[in-house]
Ligand binder design. Structure first.
Ligand code: MF3
Ligand code: CO
Length: 257
């Protein structure tokens, strides 16, 4: 598989899809508070997808037949839960919880992907610092995106910011290209050397995701899909879908993480 370059028409569609996902994520973020059932957030999301005429692309996703169909529209993780966890009924948000929402929609055959973590109620100051570091790693690595830059430059920026603050980056999962498929090349790890990986070209659409752990980066599998941090420490994630341009980038899923 090669890295796909999107046509102007495809970019137009992804831009539209990105605006829709940004609106949905902003709405979901405002719904997260102490006492909320996470299943209600899932239902809200599916309602928004119907309303905006987009497909909740995680639901039923099989990762090219390797895994059983993903059961829900959202990936929702609490505290030490890591990537690809399912929301379920009766999972109530508690005071101080860190809630991560990650999801993909498809629109006219093209995908966009985004994620955020938000704290509920009285969040420990150490957790605010932790979330802000992962957020900063996303925002500052995004700034480096433009044609001619190696993927490793982005990866290295994420790793440097996260490790300088005393946290660690996950190595088992990564950002990725996106388009007709949810996961395309290039892979965009959260670690590496600036000389690593392929060179970005205009017209590529990529997902940068900062997958960050407060403790060690080792994950364990809870089910075929669901993971949590092995040491029980917190996990957070921020993600945007971007278009690579000649002189910079455009955030397609532009919402306040
Ligand atoms: N941002 C996540 C990823 O790229 C979205 C996963 S959706 C799922 O893996 F269906 F794969 F869970
Ligand atoms: Co992703």
């Amino acid at each position: 598989m090669t890295i796909t370059i999107k046509s102007p028409d495809e970019i137009k569609i992804m831009r539209e899809a990105g605006k829709i996902l940004a609106k949905i994520m902003t709405a979901l973020k405002s719904e997260i508070r102490v006492g909320r059932d996470l299943w209600d957030i899932e239902i809200k999301f599916l309602d928004y997808c119907r309303q905006y005429n987009v497909i909740p692309a995680c639901k039923g996703y099989t990762a090219m037949g390797f895994l059983p169909p993903f059961p829900t529209g959202l990936c929702v993780s609490t505290n030490e839960e890591s990537v690809h966890c399912f929301p379920s009924k009766g999972e109530i948000v508690k005071d101080g919880d860190l809630i991560t929402i990650d999801t993909v929609i498809s629109y006219k055959g093209l995908h966009v992907d985004a994620a955020f973590t938000v704290g509920a109620g009285n969040v420990k100051s150490s957790n605010i610092k932790f979330m802000n570091t992962a957020k900063k790693a996303l925002l500052e690595s995004v700034e480096l995106v433009k044609e001619g830059v190696k993927v490793g430059v982005i990866s290295n920026k994420i790793q440097t910011i996260v490790e300088a603050a005393g946290y660690s980056v996950l190595k088992d999962y990564a950002g990725h290209g996106i388009g007709k498929s949810m996961h395309e090349l290039p892979e965009i790890p959260c670690y590496g050397k600036p000389t690593d990986g392929p060179v970005l070209e205009r017209g590529m659409t990529i997902c940068i995701e900062t997958l960050v752990s407060e403790g060690k980066p080792t994950i364990k599998y809870v089910s075929d899909w669901e993971t949590e941090m092995k040491d029980g420490k917190n996990f957070v994630q921020y993600e945007y879908t971007l278009l690579v341009k000649e002189k910079g980038y455009e955030i397609l899923t532009d919402f306040e993480v």
